[in-house]
Write a protein that binds this ligand. Structure first.
Ligand code: MG
Length: 279
């Protein structure tokens, strides 16, 4: 019996080119997914405002997992069955896994003072400063700054200092997740894997048998890749893979949106791959 394919994807460095945020090399795969009605769920450190922007650009209507697994946003009439959610907002049923951004910012800045570190948080930057760090223009910078459940930090932070910060924040119930570009501080109660697991359960209840595939390039993608049936780790722009020691994860010869395009086209064409995979 065939199972419904559901795709979960990271954005930065995966579906979006790392420096330019270009997704056009993936257009062929995106139109195939649309044509075949295969759900594509963004699962990224990006905010709701940013993900909505890319959903509109790509013509996608699907749930999204925002801010590194901190919340799942499901369009109001997307699933026919009832399910538990935290609140309704802006046309979505929102399942919140993480803490609110105010609490996270407070703890992050307190830890910085205590450890005498120099980084800055998105919440402290002007739009121009945020643009200079990220390469995002005014509106895109505003969308990136509209965080609800996590704080992204920029600036010089040695690996050792990042560890010290991580230890200090862990005592407050927070964790640091390193993405393709920056470190994001978020609740220890949330990660991409927990969110993907919750949403996969909802799909399973709705459509029966599913097979899930995940695409990512960074350390923060490891929890997502650990819970999907078909996990693909893409290469960094130089050709290296993030050091993730999970033998289930397939290291794909693929970089950014062009590589994503090839992987997804192959996946939607390959019925055997679906039939032979274990759930
Ligand atoms: Mg990434």
């Amino acid at each position: 019996m065939s199972r419904r394919l559901i795709l979960f994807t990271d954005l930065d460095g995966t579906l979006l080119e790392l420096e330019t945020y270009d997704y056009r090399p993936a257009r062929e795969a995106l139109s195939r997914l649309n044509a075949q009605g295969i759900p594509l769920v963004f699962c990224s450190s990006k905010t709701r405002a940013e993900q909505e922007f890319y959903q509109r650009e790509m013509g996608i209507r699907a749930p999204m997992i925002v801010e590194n697994g901190s919340a799942i946003l499901i369009p109001d009439d997307y699933f026919s069955r009832e399910f538990d959610y935290s609140r309704a907002a802006g046309g979505y049923k929102v399942i919140e896994l993480g803490a609110g951004v105010e609490e996270i910012r407070q703890e992050t800045y307190a830890a910085r003072a205590e450890l005498q570190l120099q980084f800055r948080g998105y919440g402290e930057l002007s739009l121009a400063e945020l643009g200079a760090w990220t390469g995002l223009d005014g509106e895109a910078a505003a969308r990136a700054q509209a965080r609800q459940y996590s704080e992204t930090i920029v600036g010089e932070l040695s690996a050792e200092d990042a560890l010290r910060l991580g230890h200090a924040l862990r005592t407050k119930g927070l964790v640091c997740a390193r993405g393709s570009r920056f470190i994001t501080v978020m609740s220890a109660a949330s990660d991409k894997g927990k969110a993907v697991g919750r949403l996969s359960d909802l799909y399973r209840r709705e459509v029966g048998g599913i097979i899930t595939a995940g695409f990512g390039d960074g350390a923060n993608d490891a929890p997502m890749l650990a819970v999907v049936d078909l996990p693909f780790l893409l290469q960094k722009p130089g050709g290296d893979w993030e050091n993730i020691s999970d033998p289930r994860i397939k290291k794909a010869m693929a970089i950014g949106p062009a590589g994503w395009n090839r992987l997804v086209c192959r996946l939607v064409e390959d019925e055997r791959l679906r039939d032979h995979s274990e759930t």
